[in-house]
Ligand binder design. Structure first.
Ligand SMILES: *[C@@H]1O[C@H](CO)[C@@H](O)[C@H](O)[C@H]1NC(C)=O
Ligand SMILES: *[C@@H]1O[C@H](CO)[C@@H](O)[C@H](O)[C@H]1NC(C)=O
Ligand SMILES: *[C@@H]1O[C@H](CO)[C@@H](O)[C@H](O)[C@H]1NC(C)=O
Ligand SMILES: *[C@@H]1O[C@H](CO)[C@@H](O)[C@H](O)[C@H]1NC(C)=O
Length: 209
């Protein structure tokens, strides 16, 4: 990665976070690795196809534990109220989605105190009503998230590699700068000596002290 690329990357990241904080909707995939006893955000975002149209939505979640063959309804969120409907998750699910609105685009929930039994597939379902001027249009979106519960957080190879690359490029750039400075310094001082010697040689002998 060159300095120019780094600069671009930070510019692009900056622009993206500006967009996000502006409320633009971006469908980000959920994390899939939860750590036992910790908290975990089950992400589920469904953007409206037309952001300017008023809408209202409800969100429902189902869970199929690893080894099971059916989904069980575990949570629903409607009219700004969330309800846990499965005893395995009582007092363990919190709403992490869009707040203070019925126009939900983020339907994420948060699992508290994760156990190994939470391993499995979650299904997130948006039921949305778009309110156009003269009619209503009903749509739905379904997403599946398979999570794995681990004893300790592991870091993906890509993230480790990119951190190593970052340090390598920072150190590499500084070394290169140093080498370049030494090279230039030596070149300039050599040229300076040369010029001195030349001007000394051109001076007529009788003018010399
Ligand atoms: C998600 O819910 C958890 C538990 O209530 C809370 O600690 C966390 O701040 C919430 N995060 C967001 C982004 O709302
Ligand atoms: C989390 O659950 C474990 C058992 O599943 C329990 O021992 C522990 O006290 C719980 N921790 C919290 C913070 O609720
Ligand atoms: C996990 O499931 C097993 C079998 O259903 C049950 O015996 C155990 O108590 C559960 N553990 C937790 C922490 O809920
Ligand atoms: C979801 O929408 C599709 C059409 O896009 C429809 O066929 C289906 O019945 C809807 N599902 C539910 C549960 O309403």
């Amino acid at each position: 990665m060159s300095a120019v690329q780094l600069l671009w990357a930070s510019l692009v990241l900056g622009a993206m976070s500006a967009l996000l904080s502006d409320g633009a909707c971006v469908e980000v995939d959920s994390d899939t690795e939860a750590v036992v006893h910790g908290g975990f955000k089950l992400g589920c975002i469904s953007c409206k196809m037309r952001g300017e149209v008023e809408a209202s939505a409800t969100v429902d979640w189902w869970f199929m534990a690893k080894g099971e063959e059916d989904f069980t309804h575990i949570y629903s969120y409607a009219d700004m109220v969330g309800t846990v409907t499965d005893e395995r998750f009582v007092d363990r699910l919190d709403w992490n989605g869009s707040k203070k609105t019925v126009d939900l685009q983020d339907g994420s929930i948060y699992i508290l105190n994760v156990t190994f039994n939470d391993t499995g597939t979650y299904r997130c379902y948006f039921d949305r009503m778009l309110n156009f001027e003269h009619y209503e249009y009903r749509t739905n979106t379904t997403k599946f998230i398979t999570i794995n519960v681990v004893a300790k957080a592991t870091r993906g190879m890509a993230s480790i590699l990119s951190e190593v690359m970052m340090y390598v490029s920072i150190i590499g750039l500084q070394l290169w700068l140093l080498v370049e400075m030494v090279y230039c310094y030596r070149k300039i001082s050599a040229a300076g000596e040369e010029a001195l010697r030349e001007s000394a040689a051109k001076t007529p002998l009788k003018l010399r002290p």
